[in-house]
Design a protein around this ligand. Sequence first.
Ligand code: DI6
Ligand code: FE
Length: 403
Amino acid sequence: MAHLRSWINLRIASFDPAWPQPYGALPGMALEVRDGRIERLLPMAEWSATPGVEVIDGEGRWLTPGLIDCHTHLVWGGDRAADFERRLQGATYAEVAAAGGGIRSTVAATRAASEQGLFDAAEPRLRALLAEGVTCVEIKSGYGLDAEHELKQLRVARRLGRELPVRVRSTLLAAHAVPVEFAGNADGYIDLVCSTILPAAAEAGLADAVDLFCENVGFSLAQSRRVFERARELGLPLKGHVEQLSHQGGARLVAEFAGLSADHVEYLDAADIAALAAAGTVAVLLPGAFLFLNETRKPPVAALRAAGVPLAVSTDLNPGTSPFASLRLMGNLACCLFGLTPEEALAGMTREAARALGLDDCGMIRAGLRADFALWDIEHPAQLVYEPLTPRLWRRVLGGEVV
Ligand code: DI6
Ligand code: FE
C-alpha cells in the first residue's frame, strides 16, 4: 500500500528556479509525500485532510531541501593536529610534509587502520553534518593510494551510508598524492591507478565518480588526462581538484571531459571560466581550505557568476586543509570570504551540490523529487548561513521519513 504523508503550514524555500522569487520561496504551503517522493506542493487554501493520511504540522516553519555536502574526505585515519601546531610555528605545508606530516602521514595511518577503526573515526564527523540538516554527502577515498586501501576506504564510505540515515555518494580519488613506494615515480603510480585501482573500484561497484588532484604538489595535466581517459572507458563520471594552489589547466581538462565539477578553482582564468560554462560543469567552492591554509587568492566568483557557471559550496572536510564538519559554516564563509549572496550559498549547498554529484532527483523542493528535506526554526532562510553555528534544525527528513 502506498505510504502517504502531508506536511502542512510551511514556508517552503524550494530553490526551484521555476519560481522567480528569492530562494524559490513559497509561503503558506502544504507538501504531500508518497512513497518517499514529493508528490505535490499546494497552497494551504487548497489543502484538506484525507482520511488515512498522516499530517505533520510545520507550524509556519521554513522547509528547505536537505543540505548536500558534495566534496568531503571524511574517512581518514590518525590526525594532523601536530601538523597544525608546526604550521602555526611557521613551517610551510611542504616543510610539514618533509618532517613526516602531511598527506603521507594520513596515508600511513589510514592504511594501518581497520575498517571498523575508520568507520568509528568517521561516524562523529558525519553525525555532525547530519545534525545540521545534511541528507546527502559525498565521500572520497585518497588516503589509501593502493588498491587494497583505496577500496577499504570506499567500503567504509558505503557502510556509513547503510548504517546512518544519509545518502552517501563515493568517489575514487586514487590520484590524490604519490605514495611513498612510488616516490619520484608519479608516472609509475598513475600506471597502477589506471591498470589496477580504477578497474578494481569499478568492478566492485564502489565508486560513483572519479576525482584527482591536478596540482604542482599533485599530478600533472598529462597524468590527469590519463586518469580521466581511463575513467571514461570505465563509464565513470569525473571531477577534479583543480587550480587550487596554482594554475595547471586542470579546470579546462575537466570541462573537455564534460566532468561534473571543478573543485577549489582559486586560480581559474577567463578561458577556463568559458570552458566550464560551455561544458555545464559546476564550480565547487571550498572556503574552509582557503581559510585554514590562510590563502589569499580567491576564486573569481563575479566572473563565474557572469558566465553562468553553477556554483556549489562544500566543506572539503579533511584532516590537512579543512577540518571543519559544518556545511552551514562553509555557507557563511562562502559569503564572507568569497562574496556569494546567502541565496547563492544555500543554492550551492542544495541544488548545485546535487548537480555536482550528477544527481537529478534531489536538491530542490519540486514534485517528483526525493522527499529529502529539512525543517528549521528560523525566520528567514539567510539565517542558516548568517548565524551558522546555532542549531536550528527542527526535523530532518530522508526519503519521506523523519530521521
Ligand atoms: N586538496 C586539499 O586541499 C586536500 N586534498 C587536496 O587534493 C589536502 C588533503 C590533506 O592535506 O590531507
Ligand atoms: Fe578536497
